[in-house]
Write a protein that binds this ligand. Structure first.
Ligand SMILES: Cc1cc2nc3c(=O)[nH]c(=O)nc-3n(C[C@H](O)[C@H](O)[C@H](O)COP(=O)(O)OP(=O)(O)OC[C@H]3O[C@@H](n4cnc5c(N)ncnc54)[C@H](O)[C@@H]3O)c2cc1C
Length: 566
């Protein structure tokens, strides 16, 4: 066992590491907190680490640190599990909007051109710098809609729960051999409680109408299927479902004696045992810190938050924040064709439900029960059609139907496109023109401000065009565009599926974490990273399943490390 630091040593580490950084470096009056594993971030990936470590080593002490607050009684639960949102999916749009804190706002967006009178105003050469307003951000290379969700449970408190298996094109750079990755993906599916059948019953009217219409129009070859969702229909009331959140992944581990969660605590940086030491001695938290009895640190703070913590710890390797891929997102909504709605009345599979609804609500103009589950269809990625397609009804930060139409007749089409991998596509936390570490401006939580440098290539544009053409053609087979939701590309970053920023790989020059111990940061022995940033590929499909799979493997390596060090 490594020896504990003296108070003097701790003070020295704090002094060295606080100089010129964004950290507070305060000494916690309670003294150091001792743990075997410190996990930064309570999203699905942090929880996959906690669960796997505690399953494999029940006596381990796991301290989870989360910058956001706990917003409900169940640690990390999906907010959409409230009956309120299941009755009215549109009202969840505002929850998602409120959950997304923008990461980088360019100066152009902060200009108040109509401000008149004698109000306070910026002088020439001044710019706003508070709350992610970022004078360094050029608008044309920004991921304007990219955002963080800071709450216990991370983004899995509001996500759509779609968990497709990545196509082989989407895992070419992944150093984990396919047979092993496949097993890990299966284990991840179990942790996430994935159930394709929850929305696929024969008498779920909207789902079956959309599915059969698509099959008729596109044939079998596109692989049209139910969306693989992390959800379970509730046995006590089939009208409602339980969406998987970080709580689902955490499972029983939450009650384990070794598990502790501190919400509203910031992991400022990880602290090596000494200069150039490959061993992490602890982590500095805001207003408190742990010392050398931390054996391992796992940083799972999201695809931007994770490289941010590493950068603030001066672990600024060649690949950190680079090879960033974000998906393009094409979106539209349609109102189902008259003939499709009329066909519901005569379909024998729906007869019982339609009659019961008609008897009870004779004034409803639609033959669709109010509780009829939403359609949830996927057209999977293929080499010929290299994009991931969700044809469904759900709440995001946009696409609210409101009073414009009856939500039961509306179908959302979301097409996710890949981005060519480029070293130059990156998120940076310091002064681009300075060598090495430089203090910059701070984000809303006092960490180094992220700035994006992301462009789409010629090839990306061509693919995006093909994707848009496909979306409009498919939409036309089902109905007419809903006014206000015509086919459009959404703001860059809105997919919220950034990958690559802490990618795993063989080579230190083009990856941040290694392929052998799975997700150990190159050059360190007890510092792990987790999350979508670890995915070394450009993907079109949703990334969480893959990130949870990689995390399971990483967590097993943590357990091996703990055993070896015991
Ligand atoms: C509207 C929406 C729909 C989505 N739909 C899907 C989908 O269908 N399928 C899919 O695969 N993915 C989807 N996603 C994305 C999915 O939610 C993320 O891929 C997933 O949550 C990533 O998990 P994570 O644990 O790596 O990161 P996060 O969930 O982002 O969690 C990271 C946590 O770290 C905390 N943190 C950050 N910095 C610090 C710090 N310095 N100290 C302490 N804590 C810190 C944050 O507060 C956060 O709670 C969606 C997201 C949104 C918002």
């Amino acid at each position: 066992m490594p020896k504990r630091f003296s108070d003097e040593d701790i003070q020295k580490i704090i002094d060295t590491h606080s100089q010129g950084t964004h950290s507070q470096g305060a000494v916690d009056p309670e003294g150091p907190y001792l743990t075997d594993v410190l996990i930064a971030g309570s999203g699905p990936v942090g929880c996959a680490y906690a669960r796997t470590i505690l399953d494999k080593q029940p006596g381990a002490r796991v301290l989870m640190i989360e910058i956001g607050s706990q917003d409900g009684p169940v640690i990390g639960a999906h907010h959409k599990n409230s009956i309120k949102y299941q009755k009215d999916i549109d009202s969840f749009v505002h929850v998602v909007q409120g959950a997304l804190q923008p990461l980088s706002i360019s100066q152009e967006e902060t200009h108040l051109s109509t401000l008149g009178g004698d109000a306070w105003r910026l002088r020439p050469n001044q710019s706003l710098v508070m709350h992610s307003r970022n004078p360094k951000q050029q608008p044309e290379v920004n991921l304007r809609a990219s955002a963080a969700t800071r709450t216990v449970g991370g983004m899995a408190t509001h996500w759509t729960c779609c968990c497709p298996i990545p196509h082989e094109d989407e895992r070419r750079n992944n150093p984990i051999p396919w047979e092993e990755l496949e097993k890990l993906l299966n284990r991840a599916s179990q942790l996430l409680n994935i159930d394709k059948g929850a929305f696929d019953a024969k008498d779920f009217i909207r789902h079956q109408v959309v599915k059969s219409t698509l099959l008729k129009a596109l044939g079998e070859e596109r692989g049209i299927t139910a969306l693989p969702l992390a959800v379970k229909r509730r046995p006590e009331n089939q009208n409602y479902v339980t969406w998987s959140g970080s709580d689902t992944i955490l499972g029983d581990a939450v009650t384990s004696e070794g598990f502790t969660l501190w919400a509203e605590h910031r992991v400022t940086k990880v602290v090596p045992r000494g200069p150039n030491s490959p061993e992490i001695a602890g982590a500095m938290l805001r207003n408190l810190r742990t010392n050398d009895d931390v054996f391992t640190v796992v940083v799972c703070c999201g695809a931007v938050g994770t490289p941010q913590v590493l950068y603030n710890s001066r672990i600024n390797s060649e690949a950190l924040g680079r090879y960033l891929c974000e998906q393009s997102l094409a979106f539209c909504q349609i109102v189902l064709k008259q003939e499709l709605v009329d066909g519901i009345e005569t379909n024998p599979d729906f007869a019982a439900k339609v009659k019961a609804h008609r008897d009870r609500y004779p004034y409803d103009p639609l033959p669709i029960p109010f509780h009829d589950p939403e359609p949830q269809i996927m057209i999977p990625y293929s080499t010929e059609h290299p994009y991931h397609v969700q044809i469904h009804r759900d709440a995001f930060s946009y696409g609210e139907v409101g009073s414009k139409a009856d939500s039961r007749t509306v179908v959302d089409l979301r097409y996710f496109g890949k981005q060519q991998i480029s070293k130059d596509n990156r998120v940076s936390f310091g002064d681009e023109h300075a060598r090495g570490w430089q203090p910059g401006i701070s984000d809303i939580y006092g960490m180094p401000q992220p700035t994006f440098y992301v462009t789409r290539s010629e090839e990306d544009h061509i693919l995006d065009h093909k994707m848009m053409a496909d979306m409009t053609a498919v939409a036309n087979t089902m109905g007419a565009f809903l006014p206000g939701s015509l086919p459009q590309f959404m703001e860059p970053g809105l997919a919220l599926h950034i990958t690559g920023t802490t990618r795993i790989g063989k080579d230190k020059n083009d990856s941040v974490a290694d392929e052998f111990s799975f997700s150990v940061v190159h050059g360190y022995q007890n510092l792990w990273v987790g999350g979508n940033g670890c995915i070394p590929d450009s993907t079109a499909c949703n990334p969480t399943l893959t990130s949870v799979a990689i995390a399971i493997k990483g967590a097993e390596a943590v357990v091996d490390y703990l055993k070896k060090s015991a």
